[in-house]
Design a protein. Structure first.
Length: 217
Protein backbone atom coordinates (compact mmCIF):
# COMPACT_ATOMS: atom_id res chain seq x y z
CA UNK A 1 0.00 0.00 0.00
CA UNK A 2 0.95 3.64 -0.44
CA UNK A 3 0.61 6.19 2.34
CA UNK A 4 0.72 9.94 1.78
CA UNK A 5 1.34 12.21 4.76
CA UNK A 6 0.67 15.83 3.93
CA UNK A 7 0.23 19.32 5.36
CA UNK A 8 -2.27 20.10 2.59
CA UNK A 9 -2.72 23.85 2.23
CA UNK A 10 -1.90 24.40 5.88
CA UNK A 11 0.67 26.93 7.15
CA UNK A 12 4.27 26.27 8.15
CA UNK A 13 3.17 24.86 11.49
CA UNK A 14 1.30 22.07 9.68
CA UNK A 15 4.47 21.33 7.71
CA UNK A 16 6.31 21.05 11.03
CA UNK A 17 3.59 18.74 12.32
CA UNK A 18 3.91 16.62 9.18
CA UNK A 19 7.65 16.29 9.82
CA UNK A 20 7.10 15.25 13.45
CA UNK A 21 4.35 12.78 12.61
CA UNK A 22 6.34 11.18 9.78
CA UNK A 23 9.32 10.72 12.07
CA UNK A 24 7.16 9.05 14.72
CA UNK A 25 5.27 6.93 12.17
CA UNK A 26 8.49 5.78 10.48
CA UNK A 27 10.02 4.79 13.83
CA UNK A 28 6.81 2.93 14.71
CA UNK A 29 6.99 0.93 11.46
CA UNK A 30 10.66 0.10 11.90
CA UNK A 31 10.09 -0.98 15.51
CA UNK A 32 7.40 -3.39 14.33
CA UNK A 33 9.52 -4.66 11.41
CA UNK A 34 7.14 -3.33 8.76
CA UNK A 35 8.60 -3.17 5.25
CA UNK A 36 8.51 0.63 4.86
CA UNK A 37 10.11 2.55 1.99
CA UNK A 38 10.18 6.29 1.29
CA UNK A 39 9.15 6.95 -2.32
CA UNK A 40 9.20 10.72 -2.46
CA UNK A 41 9.49 13.66 -0.07
CA UNK A 42 8.78 17.35 -0.60
CA UNK A 43 10.35 19.58 2.03
CA UNK A 44 8.48 22.48 3.59
CA UNK A 45 9.49 26.11 3.93
CA UNK A 46 11.91 25.69 6.86
CA UNK A 47 14.33 23.10 8.20
CA UNK A 48 12.64 20.06 9.73
CA UNK A 49 9.36 20.66 7.92
CA UNK A 50 7.65 18.52 5.29
CA UNK A 51 4.96 19.51 2.83
CA UNK A 52 4.29 15.96 1.65
CA UNK A 53 5.85 12.51 1.85
CA UNK A 54 4.81 9.37 -0.03
CA UNK A 55 5.81 5.98 1.36
CA UNK A 56 5.04 2.33 0.68
CA UNK A 57 4.49 -0.48 3.17
CA UNK A 58 4.39 -4.04 1.90
CA UNK A 59 3.95 -7.63 3.08
CA UNK A 60 1.57 -6.84 5.95
CA UNK A 61 -0.69 -9.46 7.48
CA UNK A 62 -4.34 -8.65 8.19
CA UNK A 63 -3.73 -7.44 11.74
CA UNK A 64 -0.87 -5.16 10.76
CA UNK A 65 -2.89 -3.81 7.84
CA UNK A 66 -5.64 -2.92 10.31
CA UNK A 67 -3.09 -1.15 12.53
CA UNK A 68 -1.73 0.92 9.65
CA UNK A 69 -5.21 1.84 8.45
CA UNK A 70 -6.04 3.16 11.92
CA UNK A 71 -3.76 6.12 11.11
CA UNK A 72 -5.75 7.14 8.03
CA UNK A 73 -7.57 10.44 8.33
CA UNK A 74 -6.80 13.74 10.02
CA UNK A 75 -4.05 13.94 12.61
CA UNK A 76 -4.39 16.79 15.11
CA UNK A 77 -1.33 18.40 16.72
CA UNK A 78 -1.91 20.67 19.73
CA UNK A 79 1.07 22.96 20.26
CA UNK A 80 2.16 26.56 20.41
CA UNK A 81 3.54 27.75 17.11
CA UNK A 82 7.28 27.02 16.83
CA UNK A 83 7.58 29.84 14.28
CA UNK A 84 5.27 32.66 15.45
CA UNK A 85 5.65 33.74 19.04
CA UNK A 86 2.39 34.44 20.94
CA UNK A 87 0.32 33.18 18.02
CA UNK A 88 -3.17 32.38 19.32
CA UNK A 89 -3.79 29.29 17.25
CA UNK A 90 -2.66 26.01 18.83
CA UNK A 91 -4.41 23.36 16.71
CA UNK A 92 -2.65 22.16 13.56
CA UNK A 93 -3.69 19.40 11.17
CA UNK A 94 -1.96 16.72 9.10
CA UNK A 95 -3.62 14.47 6.54
CA UNK A 96 -2.89 10.76 6.15
CA UNK A 97 -4.28 8.94 3.10
CA UNK A 98 -3.86 5.30 2.12
CA UNK A 99 -3.97 4.03 -1.46
CA UNK A 100 -3.48 0.78 -3.30
CA UNK A 101 -0.37 0.83 -5.46
CA UNK A 102 -1.13 1.61 -9.11
CA UNK A 103 1.07 0.91 -12.12
CA UNK A 104 1.07 3.55 -14.84
CA UNK A 105 0.52 0.99 -17.60
CA UNK A 106 -2.42 -0.69 -15.86
CA UNK A 107 -5.23 -1.02 -18.46
CA UNK A 108 -8.04 -0.72 -15.92
CA UNK A 109 -8.83 1.18 -12.76
CA UNK A 110 -10.61 -1.15 -10.36
CA UNK A 111 -13.87 -0.24 -8.72
CA UNK A 112 -15.96 1.35 -11.47
CA UNK A 113 -18.34 -1.32 -12.58
CA UNK A 114 -18.39 -4.64 -10.80
CA UNK A 115 -16.96 -6.60 -13.73
CA UNK A 116 -15.12 -4.48 -16.25
CA UNK A 117 -13.47 -1.79 -14.11
CA UNK A 118 -12.79 1.69 -15.51
CA UNK A 119 -11.02 1.66 -18.83
CA UNK A 120 -8.05 3.96 -19.30
CA UNK A 121 -10.00 5.30 -22.30
CA UNK A 122 -12.42 6.85 -19.80
CA UNK A 123 -9.79 9.13 -18.23
CA UNK A 124 -7.88 12.19 -19.36
CA UNK A 125 -4.55 13.23 -17.88
CA UNK A 126 -3.08 16.71 -18.33
CA UNK A 127 0.17 18.13 -16.99
CA UNK A 128 0.38 21.72 -15.78
CA UNK A 129 2.86 23.87 -13.93
CA UNK A 130 2.51 23.54 -10.18
CA UNK A 131 1.91 26.83 -8.39
CA UNK A 132 3.63 27.78 -5.16
CA UNK A 133 4.17 30.56 -2.65
CA UNK A 134 7.02 32.06 -4.63
CA UNK A 135 10.79 32.04 -4.62
CA UNK A 136 12.59 28.71 -4.47
CA UNK A 137 9.42 26.80 -3.61
CA UNK A 138 7.69 27.44 -6.96
CA UNK A 139 7.77 24.40 -9.21
CA UNK A 140 9.42 25.60 -12.42
CA UNK A 141 8.43 22.62 -14.59
CA UNK A 142 5.17 20.98 -15.61
CA UNK A 143 4.96 18.48 -12.76
CA UNK A 144 1.36 18.93 -11.62
CA UNK A 145 -1.13 16.40 -12.97
CA UNK A 146 -4.86 16.86 -13.55
CA UNK A 147 -6.76 13.60 -13.94
CA UNK A 148 -10.46 13.38 -14.86
CA UNK A 149 -12.78 10.40 -15.10
CA UNK A 150 -15.06 11.36 -17.98
CA UNK A 151 -18.17 9.25 -17.15
CA UNK A 152 -18.47 10.59 -13.59
CA UNK A 153 -16.67 13.93 -13.84
CA UNK A 154 -14.50 13.05 -10.83
CA UNK A 155 -11.30 15.05 -11.06
CA UNK A 156 -8.12 15.49 -9.03
CA UNK A 157 -5.19 17.83 -9.40
CA UNK A 158 -2.08 16.42 -7.77
CA UNK A 159 1.00 18.57 -7.30
CA UNK A 160 2.41 17.58 -3.91
CA UNK A 161 5.26 15.41 -5.14
CA UNK A 162 8.36 16.77 -6.86
CA UNK A 163 8.27 14.62 -9.98
CA UNK A 164 5.61 14.37 -12.66
CA UNK A 165 5.79 10.58 -12.64
CA UNK A 166 5.01 10.38 -8.91
CA UNK A 167 2.19 12.92 -9.21
CA UNK A 168 0.75 10.89 -12.07
CA UNK A 169 0.89 7.66 -10.08
CA UNK A 170 -0.69 9.34 -7.07
CA UNK A 171 -3.42 10.93 -9.21
CA UNK A 172 -4.36 7.52 -10.63
CA UNK A 173 -4.34 6.02 -7.13
CA UNK A 174 -6.62 8.82 -5.85
CA UNK A 175 -9.04 8.35 -8.73
CA UNK A 176 -9.06 4.60 -8.28
CA UNK A 177 -9.88 4.98 -4.58
CA UNK A 178 -12.69 7.45 -5.35
CA UNK A 179 -14.22 5.10 -7.92
CA UNK A 180 -14.07 2.17 -5.51
CA UNK A 181 -15.77 4.26 -2.83
CA UNK A 182 -18.36 5.46 -5.30
CA UNK A 183 -19.14 1.91 -6.33
CA UNK A 184 -19.50 0.80 -2.71
CA UNK A 185 -21.50 3.81 -1.57
CA UNK A 186 -24.37 4.79 -3.81
CA UNK A 187 -25.84 7.48 -1.58
CA UNK A 188 -25.66 10.93 -3.10
CA UNK A 189 -24.87 12.67 0.17
CA UNK A 190 -21.62 10.70 0.43
CA UNK A 191 -20.29 11.57 -3.00
CA UNK A 192 -18.94 15.00 -2.09
CA UNK A 193 -16.84 13.52 0.71
CA UNK A 194 -15.51 10.82 -1.60
CA UNK A 195 -14.35 13.35 -4.14
CA UNK A 196 -12.69 15.73 -1.70
CA UNK A 197 -8.94 16.05 -2.26
CA UNK A 198 -6.38 15.62 0.52
CA UNK A 199 -5.93 19.42 0.62
CA UNK A 200 -9.25 19.81 2.44
CA UNK A 201 -8.38 18.54 5.91
CA UNK A 202 -11.28 17.44 8.11
CA UNK A 203 -10.67 19.64 11.15
CA UNK A 204 -12.43 18.54 14.32
CA UNK A 205 -12.62 14.91 13.23
CA UNK A 206 -9.12 13.71 14.11
CA UNK A 207 -8.31 10.01 14.24
CA UNK A 208 -5.32 10.69 16.52
CA UNK A 209 -4.21 13.70 18.57
CA UNK A 210 -0.66 14.58 19.59
CA UNK A 211 0.55 17.32 21.92
CA UNK A 212 3.62 19.52 22.38
CA UNK A 213 7.04 19.64 20.79
CA UNK A 214 7.67 16.03 21.81
CA UNK A 215 4.61 14.99 19.78
CA UNK A 216 3.15 12.78 22.49
CA UNK A 217 -0.32 11.26 22.39
Amino acid sequence: MWIQISSGKGPLECERGTFLFYKKFYDFCKKNNFDIKELNLTNGGENNTIKSVLISINNLNLENTRIIKSFEGTIKWISESPFRKNHKRKNWFIKVEIFEEIELDAPFLGGWGAKEGASSKDITIKTTRASGKGGQHVNKTDTAVQITHIPTGISFKVKEERSQIMNKKLAIAKLNKALINLEENKKTDLEKDMWTSHNELERGNAVKTYKGNNFKI
